[in-house]
Design a protein around this ligand. Structure first.
Ligand SMILES: [Zn+2]
Length: 605
């Protein structure tokens, strides 16, 4: 989401005289919807809209709408005391100490993304410095009274000694010179003469130079309060002369809480999930969050009858923001992990039909995976927006191993890249998710080992490949299955060879005859392909068919079982056993994951 206030390339003070960018204040005044385009329908030219899709919400787009009750919450709930300023505790503490000890810097710099409260903070500091208390006798305080004349004047923006300047629209040296001239005179009515310069990085180079002279030796009665979204565009000479406060992005749960409180004050009902969505979309900015909330409330007002209370629903907010339904997202994720390709594809289709972009879909899956990983290290789904999601994430976190979660992440990340570059993103998303689904459906090594051991005991198949134990894979002495796979591979039939290695469980193998069963999960019977490939690779006619019975594990299954057995052997070593006891839950991680569809293992045998 790009901020309309951002600028590209060259530092702005080098383009003297150019000032096309609207200031933050102007944006705010303009209905503050800069961030999300202008989703409010009324402002659009009234083309007789050809009735949109059937599911379109029943918003009455009548010309009567311009009277929409925009509340402009951001302005209404601008913090008037430091205790109302949320999420900036560290800064407030520092400032309180500075005021207490009378060690105030001459210039302060407030940095942070837009909407975190930089100008609000600047005004609060101005109040704190100039408050005289209800009785007119008080001194500077971190707790300005809000009722004395200076406090009220500053809140209303009419204090004669608190000069606000927006550097976005006053970039020139003349604007600054004016200030500098005025600096020499004492404050008219207040303790301090305070200059608040917003978006200070927009000042021209000359303006900065002019300002510097004053910053070097400012009169004792003058304070500068700078605010900027782009601190790295400030000359270091300015940075070094200011006390800097980095205002933090406000954490989502705190924002959500804040918005809930505001809805209570506004007498608006809002679903917790709706507020969670707003908070997440706000990306740490109170102001952005409040403008989304504004719109959501306006929509809710329109939808509710005149006698019922407006309700902000999650569905409405999702609609507004073009977000995926979290519930549907979780069902899709479940299908993905559960290895249910039909449910998974149906889920993708459903989301796509609802207008969720394939890329957003992948991102949603990645977000869940990230949550699961975080939950696994003990932060039990703490930032999950809803109780349902928290529960689901915790359940997944318990079910999956850390290794699986990381593999899942890798696969989704790769899928995300593919979808982004694909000519048909939907198809790419389906393919990527199918790949994830098949990869998470790997066999359980423990079970395989047991199966192999049973077989070995019954003398049906060779023992699992240990270190030297070359598995003469074929039950028949005359044809070696592994070698046969290799020949198919060398004949250029790589896919068939992979299928033979990965999925085929040999029941009977003789020259010209293969009877097998399949490891569950392969879509269709590969018999025809294998027959053709064998005919070609051996120059002999083959009879290939599915037989009854289990057959011996496929080569890949054997290899996986062998690896599991080896791991088990290592695990049983006294030292490792002790280590595992010391670090419960630790697991083995191979340094280099063998590439999928690898052919290396055949050389290890
Ligand atoms: Zn006061």
């Amino acid at each position: 989401m790009s901020d309309s206030g951002d600028m590209s390339g060259t530092p702005p003070w080098e383009e003297e005289g150019e000032e096309a960018k609207p200031s933050a204040a102007e944006l705010e005044a303009a209905g503050q919807s800069a961030m999300f385009g202008d989703p409010a329908p009324p402002k659009q030219p009234e083309t007789p809209a050809p009735a949109p899709a059937a599911e379109a919400p029943p918003v009455k787009t009548t010309p009567a709408e311009p009277a929409q009750p925009y509340r402009v919450l951001a302005r209404k709930y601008r913090p008037q005391t430091f205790s109302e300023l949320i999420g900036q505790d560290a800064m407030v503490t520092t400032l309180a100490h500075a005021i207490e000890r009378d060690r105030l810097a001459h210039a302060f710099l407030m940095t942070g993304v837009r909407g975190v409260g930089k100008t609000s903070t600047a005004r609060l500091i101005a109040k704190a410095l100039n408050c005289v208390g209800p009785d007119g006798q008080g001194g500077s305080t971190i707790d300005p009274c809000g009722v004395c004349e200076p406090c009220r004047a500053i809140a209303e923006g009419r204090h004669i000694d608190v000069i606000e300047m927006d550097a976005a629209s006053h970039t020139g040296v003349d604007d600054v010179r004016e200030i500098i001239e005025a600096v020499r005179y004492a404050a008219v009515s207040a303790r301090y003469k305070i200059y608040i310069i917003d978006e200070v990085h927009m000042l021209s180079r000359n303006a900065f130079n002019a300002l510097l002279k004053t910053l070097e030796e400012p009169p004792a009665h003058v304070k500068f309060l700078f605010a900027t979204t782009e601190v790295d565009k400030l000359p270091v000479t300015v940075l070094s002369r200011t006390q800097r406060f980095d205002l933090r992005r406000i954490p989502t749960p705190l924002l959500q809480q804040h918005f809930a409180e505001i809805c209570r004050k506004e007498d608006v009902e809002a679903e917790p999930e709706a507020l969670a969505l707003v908070a997440a979309a706000a990306e740490g900015s109170v102001r952005d969050g409040l403008s989304i909330l504004d719109q959501a409330i306006a929509h809710a007002d329109l939808e509710s009858g005149s006698d019922e209370k407006a309700q902000v629903t999650a569905a409405r907010v999702r609609d507004m923001l073009g977000l995926a339904d979290k519930g549907a997202q979780r069902r899709l994720f479940d299908a993905l992990l559960g290895g249910d390709p039909q449910a998974m594809l149906a889920g993708v289709d459903q989301q796509y039909a609802l207008g969720v972009e394939p890329l957003a879909l992948l991102r949603g899956m990645m977000e869940l995976t990230h949550r699961i990983a975080v939950a696994q290290v003990g932060n039990a789904g703490s930032d999950a927006p809803t109780e349902e999601e928290r529960q689901a994430v915790e359940e997944w976190a318990g079910r999956l191993s850390a290794g699986q979660v990381h593999r899942l992440w890798q696969l989704l990340l790769k899928g995300h890249e593919e979808v982004r570059n694909a000519p048909d993103p939907l198809v790419a998303a389906q393919m990527a998710l199918l790949r994830v689904l098949h990869a998470t459906d790997l066999p359980d090594p423990g079970k395989l080992t047991r199966q192999l051991q049973d077989m070995a005991a019954n003398g049906v198949a060779a023992a699992p490949a240990g270190e030297g134990g070359s598995p003469s894979a074929a039950p028949s002495a005359t044809v070696d299955w592994r070698e046969l796979c290799e020949r198919v591979d060398q004949a250029g039939r790589l896919l068939v060879a992979n299928t033979m290695r990965d999925w085929v469980r040999v029941i009977d193998l003789a020259p010209g005859r293969l009877v097998y069963s399949l490891k569950p999960g392969l879509g269709e019977d590969p018999a025809a392909g294998i027959r053709e490939a064998l005919n070609e690779a051996t120059g002999q006619r083959w009879q290939v068919e599915i037989g009854s019975g289990e057959g011996m594990p496929s080569l890949r299954e054997q290899e996986e079982a062998a690896r599991a057995a080896e791991e088990e052997r290592i695990r049983k070593a006294p030292l490792v056993e002790a280590a595992l006891a010391a670090f419960p839950g630790a697991e083995f991680v191979e340094e280099d994951e063998a590439p999928r569809g690898d052919r290396n293992w055949s050389k290890q045998a």
